[in-house]
Each structure stands twice: as C-alpha cells, then as structure tokens.
Design a protein around this ligand. Structure first.
Ligand SMILES: [Zn+2]
Length: 595
C-alpha cells in the first residue's frame, strides 16, 4: 500500500505539504508528478509548483535528485521510503490546487507524486485537520472512499490505485450543502465561496436533471454516490469531470436566490455546466478513447475523438435540460441558436476539421493566439453541431437516435472500461442504424464544409434563419479571443479608454484588407474618436462599399488604414418552431423536442 498524507501547511503562503510513503522501494525509486490532468488536454507541468522536496528512509534523510521536468530519483533508500513535497497552491481553477484563509481545494494531479512501478498499488490518504484557527469550522467534501474520518471529514481515505487517487478532488472549507436522491442514489452539491442561494431549489432541479441522464444510459448508475463540487466566484466559468464527482466554477450571479422562479439565462448556464460534467461520468470517464486507457500523464495523449467526448457531451448538456423539463423547447432552440452562431462566426471552421481539432487540442485549442479564430474550430461547439446533425439524420432515416448509439457505446466500452478504438463511434453509429454514414462522417468529422443543418432542421419543423449581428459595441471578453462580435470592420476587440485594442482580425474582412493587425490600438474613424460604445453609431453614418479612414497606433507609430466597409455577415443563427408543420414533420419534432 502507498500511503499519502496531506497537510494544509500554511494558509498565508498557500502551501500544501504532501508526503508519499512507499514500503520496499526500488533501489533507485523514482517519483513523478503528473504533467496534466485528465479532462483538460494541456501539459500544465504541475511540478513547477513544487517549492521544496526531501526524502527520508528508516529515520534518516536520503539523497533525492531531480532527473527530468517532473521526476525525482531516490538513492540508498532502506525498507521504508517517504518523499515529502511542499507545493505552492494558488491556482483558482478546477484543474489546480488552491489554499488561502477562505478554503482549500485540490485536484490530486497537482499534489500526488506517483512512485514509478507502483501505480497499481492500493492507496491510503490521510488528510490532516488544519491547525490554523481560521480553519476551525472547515469541513471536507470529496467522493473518495472514507475509511475512518471525523465528523467534518478529516482522516483516512482509500483508493484502489493512483489513477483513482487523482480522480477524487477535495474541497475543504465552510461551504453550503444540499443532499438529494436521484434514482435512489445519494447525490450532493456543495458550493464554496460567498453566495446567497436557494440550495433546496438547486437540489430539486439537479435531481430531475440527473434522472434524465441515467434514463438515457440505463440503471444502475456506474457510481454508488455522486458529488457536485462548486465554487462561486465573481468571474469565471469552467468544470472538470471525475468518476464520481465534478468540480465546477461559476459566477455567483448564476445561482438562484430564494423566491426566484423560472430558469433565467444565468441559472440555465449553471445547470448546463452541471449537466455537461454529469454526462461525462459516462462519456469520457468510462466511454473513453483507447488513447486514454490508460492515461499517460507525462505526455500528450493523441486522439481524433475529442469531438465525440466533448462535442456529443455539449449537445446533450442542453438536450438534458429540455428532457428533464427544466427548460422548454423555445429556450432550448435559443441556446442551440447561440451555439450555431458561435461556430458560424469562426472562419477557422473552414480550415480545421473536427478530427484535426481533436488531435491538435493540446497545442491549439488550449493555447489560443491572435489568429486562432481564423485557423481553428472548437471541437466543443462544432462537435455539438455534428452530434445534432447525426441525431437528426438517425431520427429521420432510421428507427434509431443518437441515444441508441450512446447506449450501445456504454454497453460495449463503458461498462467494461475498455478503450474505444478510433473508428468505434462511426462504425457503431452505422451498425445500430443500418445506414451508410460514410459520407456524413467524411464531411462532418474530416471535412471543413458547413453541415447541412437548415434542411435537416426543416425536416423537424424548426426554421433556421441567418441574420446580421447588430451587437456591435460588445467587446471581446475574458482572455480576449473568445467572444465573437462580427463587426463590419471584421475585428474582435477589447475596449480601452484610448480606443479599441484589436484582439483578432477576421480572415478576408475589411479590416484585414486594409492592413489592420492584431495588437493595433484603433483610435479614430473618419477623424473622430473611437470607443466600443460609439463604433456602431460612427459606422452607421456610412454605407457598405464606402472607404473610411481608420487611424490607430502600432508600437507607438501612428498609422492610417483605408477601410472599405462591408455589411455584417449573415452569421447570427436564429431557430424557431415552424408554424403548422405537416403531420410527419410534427411526429419527428415531438420525438426530438417533445413539442
Ligand atoms: Zn467537457
């Protein structure tokens, strides 16, 4: 057995102390910290947060030497070897480790050294109660098996092996909590961070949602209990799936307060996140590409199927809100329309296929740069559209649906935890439906042309209209290149007091043709000062085809760009239930949308 011990060593300097004790170590026992965490396909090199490390054996210290980016080797160890690392933890994300005077959190990949050759050994983890008086009311939330813990959850836990050890994150602090049963399986939600939330309401809503998921895959659920582990923040949004829990980060504004009725768009965003991560409990935690079976945590694990594990999941995250009755068909179509718009406003969809986007995730999706909108497409967004197109095709042309495919994947690969070959999803879809889908997949997965969604949706009594986007003054949000206001200039920008900070220049846009470049600060149009809020009124004085003088700075040098304005592209997608569809269409629509 490998014995780990975690101490919340210093809240002020954000240090965890983590030790790993190995009996009968190898003569030159090596210890490695993962380079990445499953579910988030970027080499994060957690070893960079190790600020101190030492080794002891049979009561005395022994030599320890770093031999690669995240591996250490011990010399002259006796029968019992303990390596102790001091780890700095201030990453406010679901993929990191965090410790301050308000809470502690860790994703095990950040903290736990794996003793080489002993990764399959059973594991014991002791989580010590923090000594700091500010942490006296803290409790523990985790889905890891508790062997012997106190009333607050500090004490001894166990896991079958290292893979399981790092798949149960811990939340430690003073959090809100609600418990509920879904399909007679105990579930709970904890939310850290300051918030005023109707926890009972969320519990009741999540119960419906969870039951819709297990109705799809069939009972029993592959876990004995489940934990949603949330952190309410001012700004930020993200989640990470685990085998019996998920870590979620969201804005506290998304949470419903007591007395609030209906599902607002903000609350829907929260529910979508929960739905997405819960679906992953089947799709990717158990139905997983062979490339992830087992995960190799020191390198990139290549697969062309991330669109299946993330895109299909993204499609179902909202379908499940509809099926569980939390939103209605119009709200569902509004959400779907926004997803379509994001894809249609990304020129990179015409350059990169879903298979390529999946393969290159490590260095492209996770490392966005100024040209990303023109060069790559999200396997989440376009993957969800491919899943939609496949679902509608199966529903229209066979007596199966995407549900049938997912259930069969679950039976063949998920239950047995056997990795899926790269061709498995496509072969299975053809096998269960009896359809020849070779052309569909060649185009949707390996091609870069737009999916034929408008005629497909029409067969289900839903109209798809393309409109010009007028949300002109919206600036790029967050890290910059993610929001997508399709401007007549064809730029994405951040609003600065001095002007518009150009984040990206869209391919073949008026701005690109005039020589505007990412990083430019645009300060005036036709001699008048520019700001995010006045760009639309300024431009509305001109006609498409007219050339205007745009002025800006590049590297402190004043430049002029003669921009020939063009009408905004027809790339805002609006979906509506069609009036009076014929009887067959109505049957198909009811089967898909329930209305
Ligand atoms: Zn996901």
């Amino acid at each position: 057995m490998i014995r780990y011990r975690v101490r919340l060593a210093s809240l002020n300097s954000h240090h965890f102390e983590v030790s790993c004790r190995v009996g009968n170590p190898a003569p030159e026992q090596r210890f490695t910290l993962p380079s990445w965490t499953p579910g988030s396909y970027l080499l994060r090199e957690y070893a960079k947060h190790v600020v101190g490390i030492r080794a002891e054996s049979d009561g005395g210290s022994v030599g320890l030497e770093k031999v690669s980016k995240s591996t250490w080797r011990c010399h002259d160890a006796g029968a019992d070897l303990t390596v102790t690392a001091e780890v700095f933890a201030l990453e406010r994300s679901v993929r990191g480790a965090y410790l301050d005077s308000r809470r502690g959190y860790f994703n095990g990949a950040c903290l736990f050294l794996a003793p080489e050759g002993r990764e399959s050994d059973p594991v014991e983890l002791i989580l010590e109660r923090p000594e700091d008086p500010r942490a006296s009311a803290w409790r523990v939330a985790t889905a890891m098996h508790a062997v012997e813990v106190d009333a607050d959850g500090f004490g001894r836990y166990s896991a079958e092996n290292f893979d399981e050890l790092i798949d149960h994150p811990f939340e430690i602090g003073d959090f809100g909590e609600v418990e509920f049963q879904a399909d007679r399986v105990p579930h709970s939600l904890v939310i850290a961070g300051r918030h005023q939330t109707d926890m009972d309401r969320i519990g009741a809503d999540l119960q419906k949602l969870c039951e819709a998921h297990s109705a799809l895959f069939g009972r029993p659920t592959p876990f004995a209990r489940y934990l949603f582990m949330g952190f309410a923040v001012a700004r930020g949004h993200g989640g990470l799936e685990h085998r019996a829990s998920s870590s979620l980060m969201f804005s506290r504004d998304e949470l419903p307060v007591r007395g609030q009725r209906g599902v607002s768009e903000k609350y829907q965003r929260f529910l979508s996140l929960c739905s997405h991560e819960y679906f992953h409990t089947w799709n990717v935690k158990r139905i997983k590409p062979a490339a992830f079976s087992p995960y190799r945590l020191d390198r990139r694990n290549y697969t062309r199927m991330l669109w299946v594990v993330e895109g299909v999941t993204s499609y179902y995250q909202d379908v499940m809100l509809l099926r569980s009755g939390l939103i209605d068909a119009s709200a569902y179509l509004r959400t779907l329309g926004r997803g379509l718009t994001r894809v249609y406003q990304t020129p990179g969809r015409l350059r990169q296929s879903l298979a390529e986007a999946s393969f290159d995730a490590w260095d492209r999706h996770y490392k966005p740069e100024v040209n990303s909108p023109n060069a790559i497409i999200s396997y989440y967004g376009k993957g969800a559209l491919a899943a939609l197109a496949l679902d509608l095709t199966l529903r229209r042309d066979s007596d199966t649906t995407l549900d049938t495919v997912m259930r069969e994947l679950w039976q063949r690969y998920g239950r047995s935890d056997e990795g899926m070959p790269e061709t498995a999803f496509e072969e299975l879809a053809q096998e269960v439906s009896g359809l020849d889908l070779a052309d569909f997949f060649a185009s949707a997965v390996r091609g870069t042309e737009d999916l034929p969604l408008a005629p497909l949706l029409a067969d289900f009594g839903v109209t798809l209209d393309f409109r010009r986007d007028k949300r002109f003054g919206r600036a790029a949000s967050g890290k910059g290149a993610t929001a997508s206001p399709p401007l007549e200039l064809g730029i994405r920008f951040r609003q600065q007091s001095a002007g518009l900070d150009v984040v990206a220049v869209m391919a073949d846009s008026p701005a690109e043709q005039a020589g505007v470049s990412p990083g430019d600060l645009l300060i005036a149009i036709d001699g008048l000062k520019l700001s995010g809020s006045n760009l639309q009124p300024r431009l509305s004085r001109f006609e498409a085809g007219q050339t205007v003088r745009v002025t800006g700075f590049r590297d402190e040098e004043l430049l002029e760009f003669p921009v020939t304005l063009a009408a905004a592209a027809l790339d805002r997608c609006v979906l509506r239930l069609a009036d009076k569809p014929d009887a067959d269409t109505m049957v198909r629509r009811r089967g898909w949308l329930g209305s």
